[in-house]
Design a protein around this ligand. Structure first.
Ligand SMILES: [Zn+2]
Ligand SMILES: [Zn+2]
Length: 578
């Protein structure tokens, strides 16, 4: 399942960080308190001179706004109305920047009529490079861009070249009134005001938007970041052979080839697709991601109340839904493979909770038993070297310093060698073989391959070393007693071989909290089949708990009853969370 791992909580945090980069454009404040954060102009002399030089005047002659001489200077330099209103220090509550700026300009022109054409003479506003003249255009662009989307909450942001921001800051601190708004939030706010008149029910917000519209002031374009829709639910997997998440075709890695019938998928169905594909259509999204509270193996069903999940629909055009109807549509399309319930709206933060919840689960497992010999028993009960788990936590440096350690992978527990005496198959095993298998076996050992099945069995038995002695199969009472004793048992589980390629090789302690309702019945082939429901700690490998996984799980049912256990099937019953 490499490459098919669920998102980790870390991934999600990272995304949030990205998001936050643009989230502080400062739009949405309705109370202006221009004088709250007045910053004293404490810049050093040389800096002031430098700025003054750039503006071609002498430093002593230019006081800051809101003094009349400061205002005059701003007007003379070609400052636009919006910036005059913004840095002039005369804006009153409820006034737009332009209204305040026009007021400042009027008072300057009363005294200095010759400045009436200052904007024509200096057509580029030194503060905003005339960006405020584009406010209507930008509002239009955003309006058109979000038109196809259901937007309840809209956040605006802007991307500026860094040097433009720094230049404006210098100018503003030198010539603007203390406490004036910075360029970026003021521009975003201006656009927001224009938009608000046209948006209807859409709310302009500072956090948790449905859509973030990011304005690029260099190109005068808008980039939309459409946030995903999250839907919570529980699924029951009623059919075996379905993976939880999409699993790309091994041959073509998802590109599509003959082997996967050009679906790009290793398995035609997955819980993710069965739940997500109908939702893509309903939400008119682009793709989906599946976040389950743990997962079951492909061949394991998931029953009971079902497993909690959050499905994420990326870039959806629609956001609202009727939960009941949605469940109906998914269940109808799944045609009995899976079934969803408890559908409701969810959030990005719930994904983290779902991922992090260590849920206890109930499993029902069914298995058959076979005789076990001494050697097999020795393998199942060979000491698990717990000290090796500890080695993994040591620093690399320390590990390197250990001598005699080169080339060996110290992250893996040591194998315990077990010497097994040469042994042939037992009479039982031979009798269960088909005739052509017996013929092949006879041939392999240079024996005559003629005669009836019984002749072949006898000939092989005579020629090969005797089968190792096996323990007697336990009686029903013993089996049931052992199964009941699993109640509260602590397991040492080394990562099973079957998942070793995607999980680090460790020995973990897991608890079986409850062992419920064991029973034994005879199957069609006359064998005993044993069934039990186990409530286990999150992360317990249940099949391994039964068959012992060559001693990697201890204790195991197989070791306790001294019989080989073959798992017939395993179901997840209830997931005890939510
Ligand atoms: Zn301006
Ligand atoms: Zn393929």
């Amino acid at each position: 399942m490499a490459g098919n791992e669920p998102d980790t909580a870390d991934d999600i945090e990272d995304d949030d960080d990205d998001w936050m980069k643009y989230a502080n454009a400062g739009f949405g404040e309705t109370d202006y308190s221009l004088w709250d954060d007045v910053e004293p102009a404490e810049e050093d002399e040389s800096h002031q001179q430098e700025v003054a030089m750039q503006l071609g005047t002498h430093v002593e002659e230019i006081p800051r706004a809101p003094s009349p001489a400061g205002h005059k200077h701003l007007v003379r330099k070609g400052t636009c109305d919006a910036c005059l209103g913004r840095v002039g220090g005369k804006r009153m509550y409820g006034q737009t920047l332009e209204e305040a700026g026009l007021g400042v300009r009027a008072s300057v022109l009363e005294r200095d009529t010759h400045l009436a054409n200052a904007r024509e003479e200096q057509p580029l506003c030194p503060f905003c490079e005339n960006l405020f003249e584009e406010v209507d255009l930008l509002a239009d662009i955003i309006y058109d861009a979000i038109e196809p989307y259901d937007v309840g909450r809209l956040q605006l942001g802007a991307r500026f070249p860094k040097d433009q921001i720094e230049e404006e800051e210098k100018l503003r601190k030198r010539f603007g009134a203390g406490g004036s708004d910075a360029l970026k939030p003021a521009l975003v706010e201006g656009i927001g005001k224009r938009l608000k008149e046209r948006l209807g029910d859409i709310k302009l917000v500072n956090d948790k938007p449905d859509v973030l519209a990011l304005i690029d002031v260099l190109t005068l374009t808008v980039e939309l970041d459409v946030r995903a829709v999250y839907v919570y639910g529980r699924y029951r997997k009623l059919e075996r052979g379905i993976p939880q998440t999409r699993w790309p075709c091994r041959a073509c890695k998802g590109r599509g080839c003959e082997r996967c019938n050009f679906t790009g998928l290793q398995y035609e169905k997955s819980v993710q697709d069965l739940v997500g594909n109908p939702m893509i259509e309903i939400f008119e999204g682009v793709e989906h991601a599946f976040h389950g509270m743990g997962r079951e193996d492909i061949d394991v069903r998931c029953l009971g109340r079902g497993r909690p999940f959050v499905l994420e629909i990326k870039e959806p055009r629609k956001r609202s839904f009727n939960a009941e109807k949605l469940a109906e549509i998914i269940n109808a399309a799944a045609n009995g493979s899976i079934e969803v319930s408890s559908i409701r709206p969810s959030t990005r933060s719930e994904v983290v909770r779902i991922k992090d919840t260590p849920a206890e689960k109930s499993y029902t497992v069914r298995f058959t038993i076979e005789p076990m010999n001494e050697a097999e028993y020795a393998v199942l009960t060979a000491p698990v070297d717990m000290t090796k788990a500890d080695v993994q936590n040591r620093s690399k440096k320390r590990r390197r310093q250990r001598r005699g350690d080169k080339g060996s992978d110290r992250t893996k527990p040591l194998e315990t060698p077990i010497v097994v005496a040469p042994a042939g198959p037992s009479e039982d095993e031979l009798k269960r073989m088909k005739k052509d298998e017996l013929v092949a076996l006879a041939e392999k050992h240079g024996l005559k391959k003629t005669g009836k099945k019984d002749d072949l069995v006898q000939r092989i038995l005579d020629a090969l070393p005797p089968a190792p002695a096996t323990f007697d199969l336990p009686d029903d009472e013993t089996i049931l007693k052992v199964l009941e004793s699993l109640n509260g048992i602590k397991l040492a589980q080394r990562t099973p071989e079957r998942v070793a390629h995607r999980r680090s090789d460790l020995i973990r302690k897991r608890t079986v909290f409850e062992a419920n309702s064991p029973f034994i019945e005879i199957n069609e082939e006359g064998q005993r089949e044993i069934e039990i429901t186990l409530r286990c700690e999150s992360g317990t490998y249940v099949k391994e708990t039964v068959h012992g996984d060559s001693g990697r799980t201890q204790p195991s049912v197989a070791a306790l009853i001294k019989a080989k256990c073959n798992v017939v099937w395993l179901d997840v019953g209830d997931i005890h969370a939510d």
